[in-house]
Write a protein that binds this ligand. Structure first.
Ligand code: ATP
Ligand code: MN
Ligand code: MN
Length: 309
């Protein structure tokens, strides 16, 4: 249960979280306040957490609301609650300690930090003896160029769905809450991030070759006018993509929203706001439920790295 505790704190399933500025407006265009953001993450937690499980979380924070400058945060601050699970990643010069999300309280703590956006890689923290991380999902980031609609992105998503299905993979579409879409597919047997990236690049370059007027697989901004850019590079082990069900720090509280294939072909396809996503989940559950089921040998609770100090 989420309830107001004494003073400025919330009790979330037995975790006490210090809360500040609950009434602060974070989205001036809609008047959306911080407590509504906290409420959203509280209510979406059950369907969102399986997609975050075991994935180090990069937060994009807007402490002064979406009309002020945001910043990315990877390392956990020393003020983080001790109950947060974490993953220490060794870099050549230093260690980055990321939080993992395992509970509703974790999401409330992120929201308290005005971490409107949660970003993750496409791999999960491996068990200690399992070697380097493996990608358990493929992602394709579909970016509409200038003068390209979300519906045109959806047309490309349908083409990719057919290609993936030919390879025995099921595709799951998510509108990004920004301009475009993200398309995911589960690897029944996880692969190296480099292999995932190669698969994604092949899909992108072959579709760009057969549809040169409407699709591009190259990053160059100049060639994107009138086309959908299939960004295959997000599969790299070092890259992150906005997590499904994350809010956006854009003008309005849009969400990275799982969609059905049939609605993608409807006219007036548009991005969804947080209350719309909550209503859908209450009515129909999680359309992405089959994307992130645990793999054999994977523990439901990720292993927690010791804190490196
Ligand atoms: P849109 O639909 O508007 O493209 P998007 O979230 O897909 O929204 P992109 O610019 O295509 O935005 O970026 C794809 C992903 O790459 C983001 O979700 C984010 O996780 C990651 N990303 C982009 N820019 C940065 C950055 N400067 N630092 C870290 N990660 C980034
Ligand atoms: Mn994108
Ligand atoms: Mn992109």
């Amino acid at each position: 249960m989420v309830g107001m505790g004494g003073g400025e704190s919330l009790d979330v399933d037995g975790r006490r979280i210090a809360i500040t500025n609950l009434a602060k407006v974070l989205y001036p265009a809609t008047g959306t306040r911080k407590f509504e953001v906290i409420d959203y993450y509280t209510r979406i937690a059950d369907v969102m957490l399986p997609h975050l499980a075991g994935r180090p979380i990069t937060r994009k924070r807007w402490p002064n609301g979406v009309e002020s400058a945001p910043f990315f945060e990877k390392d956990l601050p020393s003020s983080a609650p001790e109950w947060l699970a974490r993953y220490a990643e060794q870099h050549s010069q230093r260690v980055i300690t990321y939080p993992l999300a395992t509970s509703r309280a974790d999401l409330v703590w992120f929201a308290q930090m005005a971490a409107l956006e949660l970003h993750t890689p496409q791999w999960r923290v491996p068990n200690p003896d399992d070697g380097p991380p493996k990608a358990d999902r493929l992602v394709l980031d579909l970016d509409p160029g200038p003068n390209v609609s979300l519906s045109q992105c959806a047309e490309v998503a349908l083409m990719i769905r057919d290609m993936l299905s030919g390879a025995g993979l099921t595709a799951f579409p998510v509108t990004s809450g920004g301009k475009g879409m993200h398309l995911y597919a589960r690897f029944e047997r996880p692969v190296s991030p480099d292999s995932a990236r190669t698969v994604a690049r092949q899909i992108a370059t072959s579709l760009a070759a057969t549809h040169p007027d409407s699709i591009t697989a190259t990053m160059t901004k100049a060639v994107r006018e009138g086309k959908v850019f299939i960004d295959w590079s997000q599969n790299s082990g070092s890259k992150t993509t906005l997590a499904p069900y994350s809010l956006r720090g854009r003008e309005q509280p849009w969400v990275a929203a799982p969609r059905t294939w049939s609605e993608l072909t409807e006219p007036n396809l548009r991005q969804l706001l947080f209350h719309e996503v909550l209503e859908r989940v209450d009515a129909d559950g999680d359309p992405l439920a089959d994307l992130d089921l645990p793999h054999p040998g994977e523990t439901a609770e990720p292993s927690i790295n010791p804190v490196v100090s």
